[in-house]
Design a binder for this molecule. Sequence first.
Ligand code: GDP
Ligand code: IMO
Ligand code: MG
Length: 428
Amino acid sequence: MPATIGMGGRWGDEGKGKLTDALAGKAGMVVRANGGANAGHTVETNQGVFKLHLVPSGILNPSCVCVVGSGVVIDLAKLLREMDDLESRDISLANLRIAERAHVVMPYHPQLDRLEEEIRADDEIGTTRTGNGPAYSDKVARRGIRLADLMDPATLRRKVESTVKEKNALLAGVYGEAPIDSDALIASLQAAGERLRPHVVPAEVVVQDALAEGNDVILECAQGAMLDVDYGTYPFVTSSSPTAAGACQGAGVAPLQVRRVLGVYKAYSTRVGSGPLPTELHNDAGHIIRERGREYGTTTGRPRRTGWFDAVAARHIARLNGVSDIALTLLDVLDTFEEIDVCVGYRIGDRVIDYMPARDDELARVEPVYETVPGWLADTTSARTAADLPAGARAYIRFLEERVGAPVSLVGVGPSREQLVQLMPGML
Ligand code: GDP
Ligand code: IMO
Ligand code: MG
């Protein structure tokens, strides 16, 4: 059975957690592919609300094997806390696997994340300060510590002592911070490693075996593809690749093993942190979207910036990632609008373009070109089939399909597990 990728269509928080949970009901395995504790994935079931940061969103389905993939960076204390929280709510972790190739977010990474942001001052990226960027930087610079290193005390000591020397030169020498005590650090890493040992596996082997045995495997991305380090709004991006290609790399799955790329898109736009959001609203409509959509960060609690659906960004992502179908989430948030705007082009001076410019100066000057469509002024939260959706909502979905260039197969009409409408081709 080939794999399915579930990826965020724009700036994150599109409802990937809920969608992964829904797909996991029928899948044998979910592999989290990228990111770290910067992610916050919400799943609402009759057991309550779960906010997952590192554990894959399939964990609430008892038969699903959940793998924290090689492409993830792991804050050990946060992972252990999340595991304890889940167990205290009677969620079994028997099926949790953790890639030995995954890198560790060391205690100095969140510290460096904060220090780097403070130095950027007005140019700050608005990171989650979880150490995600510094951890990926160290991975690429080939001085990262991996879960595998925690499994052997001699290797761990050798690597930590070498990296701490360099980090102390930076922290104490450049930033004037207290130096790291490597013995205490090694002891705490070892203790965390021992707790995680029963879960640590060669994930790429486990994933490939699951595919070979005919299991449906879901690749769960964190963040959204507009935060991709290559094709997002650089430098206001995350430090991994929340894309279909990145999902393959992070999960240990080959491109030709993928059958479906499900792009999870909000029915409007949001973003947390700094950087361009061409359709951003600073008016009542933006406020209504924030309050109706409960648009406050799952990880940091920051209010999310809100705006109308940006079909230029959405199409850019759909094309680059080969999005086969769309999960359109939070449609219910738009239930009260008489009219809804959709951005169909970017005006820069006297030109109108339909692609994402790479130049900062151009992105900063982009004025959205809107098409206005009628709203439906009806409650969609109890819709469960295409026929339950108001005609105006169906017309809005068709309009987005045309503009983005991919069919909508799932529609989110509320936060809970069952508030999902499945669409078949031609149903609208
Ligand atoms: P993720 O990071 O992509 O998993 O998304 P988050 O969990 O950070 O943010 C999505 C928020 O929207 C969460 O609070 C979800 O419970 C909620 N949500 C997901 N789908 C829907 C939907 O269709 N309608 C509404 N009203 N809320 C939704
Ligand atoms: P999920 O998986 C929304 C944003 C941060 C910041 C930028 C860089 O829940 O969709 P980082 O800490 O990654 O170095 O911050 O990326 N960001 C997210 N925004 N959802 C996320 O994850 C995000 N993860 C990072 O706000 O703008
Ligand atoms: Mg989130």
